[in-house]
Design a binder for this molecule. Structure first.
Ligand code: ADP
Ligand code: MG
Length: 351
């Protein structure tokens, strides 16, 4: 495969230049130069100051977001927050009022064909399709997406298999339950095998079982390496398998980050649970006098140790207790649930 950047990077190295009048070679510490020369893999999705106004209403207010290939991004916000607006703009179906949106390094507004090839957009409503069977429906979309005629059967069979709808291939679309319709909606955006999926509330209105089926399907798509933006107004629906989450409220992104980032940010303080074998009084006194400890509480048979610096590792607690021959049952940092993280970060705006 020809790679033009290879020749560029070679030319940039001083040894490659026979020109005696060239400036003195750079010092040997070149590795720091190479990342600038090597081609960066474009982000899957970038929005920069993305804004959408409807008259006086600002539906989307300067949204800045970056998703890398393979990210599974949970886009959470109450109804009317701007989630669907964002996804429609990314799918090229809606013009922004300001800012820009890029898919795989290309501006959405100027690259309609590229965006359609690379993005699968599943809207929040399914639409009405009378007198159309499941397989006909998918074949229709396969042809709309220019899947070659001789491959359509196979492609449709594959997506039916993936979405577990094979046994419904001859059923009429209108006869499907909502859960099946949502799976069919997913099958439909997969026929042209796009690397990026924008899924607008795929689990809304589903019973618990159908929700689980959708979730399993999303995990499968994640394993296939898709970049997924999936929206919901319910955090707990997404927290489990997304690697990044963002909360939007009235058009503004309140919080965004990887799950680890968010948990770390929510830790206003770090609490370590320490369990001692036998009486914990001596241990409590010992830890309380340590400068790295802000507070020690005795709750039931546990010590709750609040660290002075949340970034401090808690290994010193073990070392100290062992050094003083205090028998330890367990030492473990407090587990923070994702819901608690968001409650802390958004002050309870999101359910
Ligand atoms: N075509 C439209 N005309 C006027 N207002 C709209 C239109 N579409 C959406 N809105 C408004 O924009 C805001 C964001 O809507 P939307 O993106 O659908 O939110 P979400 O998907 O998070 O529920 C809402 O206040 C909504 O009423
Ligand atoms: Mg919506």
């Amino acid at each position: 495969m020809s790679n033009p950047t290879e020749s560029i990077s070679a030319a940039a190295l001083p040894e490659a230049s026979p020109d005696a009048s060239a400036p003195a070679p750079l010092p040997p510490a070149l590795p720091h130069v190479l990342p600038q020369v090597a081609p960066a893999r474009p982000a899957a999705i970038v929005t920069t100051g993305l804004t959408k106004r409807y008259g006086a209403l600002t539906a989307l207010d300067a949204l800045n977001l970056q998703l890398e290939p393979g990210d599974v991004f949970g886009f959470i916000g109450p109804n009317g927050a701007g989630k669907s607006t964002t996804m429609k703009i990314l799918a090229g179906l809606l013009q922004p009022t300001g800012g820009s949106a890029q898919i795989l390094g290309k501006t959405v507004a100027d690259n309609g064909d590229f965006v359609r090839r690379n993005v699968g957009y599943m809207p929040d409503s399914f639409g009405v399709y009378e007198d159309l069977k499941v397989s006909e429906y998918l074949e229709f979309f396969a042809s709309a997406y220019h899947v070659p005629r001789n491959q359509r059967r196979k492609v449709v069979a594959d997506v039916l298999e993936l979405t577990d709808l094979k046994y419904k291939q001859d059923a009429f679309v209108d006869s499907l339950s909502r859960g099946m319709q949502q799976r069919l909606g997913l099958a439909r955006v997969l026929v042209h095998d796009p690397p990026i999926l924008l899924l607008d509330e795929p689990a809304s209105g589903l019973d618990p079982r159908a929700r689980i089926e959708i979730r399993e399907l999303l995990k499968e798509l994640q394993r296939l390496g898709k970049t997924i933006m999936v929206s919901s107004h319910i955090l707990s629906e997404l927290g489990e398998f997304c690697n990044k989450l963002g909360i939007i409220e009235r058009g503004k992104l309140l919080v965004v980050g990887t799950i680890e980032d968010l948990v770390a940010r929510a830790r206003a303080h770090s609490v370590i649970h320490v369990q001692i074998v036998g009486d914990s009084q001596a241990a409590a006194a010992l830890l309380a006098e340590d400068a790295r400890v802000a507070k020690v509480e005795r709750v039931n048979d546990q010590l709750l140790v609040t660290l002075a610096d949340p970034g401090q590792h808690h290994a010193f607690i073990l070392e100290k207790l062992v050094a003083h021959h205090i028998p330890i049952h367990s030492v473990a940092p407090e587990q923070i649930k994702l819901e608690d993280v968001f409650l802390r970060l958004t002050k309870g705006i999101v359910q």
